[in-house]
Write a protein that binds this ligand. Structure first.
Ligand code: MG
Length: 203
C-alpha cells in the first residue's frame, strides 16, 4: 500500500506558504514505512529542527482502480479518517529552494500518522466535513472540506490517470491554514466535527 498526499488543496494554506493556488492537484507520495498508526507515540526525529503538523482528512481506497472517472470515484472509498502529514519544514524548504523533490522532508518514517477510527462516508456530508487539530488543548487548525480546491472525487480521478490505486491506499487530502511547529512533550488531538479521532504524544 502507499500514501498519496495532496499539496495546496486549501487556498488559505497555499497562501500561508506563499505558494500559488494550483490549477491541477499537486501530489506526492510517502512509502508504507511512513505510516504511524494511532496508539503509538511519535518520536521527534533528529534530522530536523522544524517539524510541523498538517492535519488532513484521509480517504481509504477500497478497490483497485486506474483511469477512474470523477463520476464513479465515490465508489472507490467508503471510509474517512483523520491523519497528520508530518513535515520537516526546514528540509522541505531547502529542497524547494533548490527545485528538488520534497521527499526528504515528507516521506520519512512515521511521517504519515493515521487515526485508528474511521467514519463511514454515508454518515458524513463529504462536501462539508469540519475537522480540527488541537495542540496541548488549544485549537491550531480548523478546516472544512467545503474549502477544498479539489474534491475527493476530483483527486481520485486525477491521480488514477498516473498511478493505479490499490485497496488500502491512503490519500491525505490536504491541510487547511494554521500549520505550525511541534515540540517534544506536545499532545496533538484531532477531531472530525465533535468526534475525537486521535490523541498523539510527541516524545
Ligand atoms: Mg500536507
Amino acid at each position: 500500500m502507499k500514501v498519496i498526499c495532496i499539496g495546496r488543496n486549501y487556498a488559505d494554506h497555499a497562501k500561508e506558504m506563499n505558494a500559488e493556488v494550483p490549477s491541477a492537484p499537486v501530489f506526492f507520495m510517502k512509502p508504507d514505512s511512513s505510516i504511524l498508526r494511532d496508539g503509538s507515540p511519535f518520536f521527534y526525529p533528529e534530522f530536523t529542527k522544524d517539524l510541523h503538523y498538517e492535519c488532513e482528512i484521509v480517504v481509504k481506497i477500497n478497490k483497485l482502480g486506474k483511469n477512474i472517472s470523477e463520476k464513479f470515484a465515490h465508489t472507490y472509498y467508503d471510509e474517512i479518517g483523520l491523519g497528520i502529514d508530518f513535515t520537516a519544514r526546514d528540509l522541505q524548504g531547502e529542497a524547494k529552494s533548490k527545485g528538488l523533490p520534497w521527499e526528504i522532508g515528507k516521506a520519512f518514517d512515521n511521517s504519515a500518522f493515521i487515526s485508528k477510527k474511521w467514519i463511514n462516508k454515508a454518515d458524513l456530508d463529504l462536501e462539508n466535513i469540519s475537522f480540527s487539530l488541537t495542540q496541548n488543548g488549544t485549537t491550531v487548525q480548523n478546516g472544512s472540506t467545503s474549502d477544498l480546491i479539489f474534491s475527493f472525487d476530483k483527486i481520485i480521478a486525477y491521480i488514477s490517470q498516473f498511478v493505479t490505486l490499490k485497496i488500502g491506499d491512503l490519500i491525505y487530502t490536504g491541510t487547511p491554514a494554521g500549520v505550525g511547529p511541534i515540540q517534544i512533550g506536545d499532545k496533538l488531538e484531532g477531531f472530525i466535527g465533535e468526534k475525537k479521532m486521535y490523541s498523539l504524544n510527541i516524545k
